[in-house]
Design a protein around this ligand. Structure first.
Ligand SMILES: [Zn+2]
Length: 57
């Protein structure tokens, strides 16, 4: 792939879509208690529902 084509692809938004998708997956995983499934704000150290330790980033 030539640089111009790569740039075109990048500017088309496809690249950002892929990044957004992956970031979303990671975020949703981190923002959910793995033990009880409680949605978290991302600042908790322990789950407010079951008390499980939330693994930090
Ligand atoms: Zn929990």
């Amino acid at each position: 792939m030539r640089a111009a084509e790569l740039l075109k692809w990048f500017e088309s938004g496809e690249y950002q879509k892929i990044i957004d998708k992956h970031t979303g997956d990671i975020e949703s995983l981190e923002l959910t208690c793995l033990k009880c499934g409680l949605k978290l704000s991302g600042t908790e150290t322990f789950c407010g529902n079951c008390g499980a330790k939330i693994s930090g980033r």
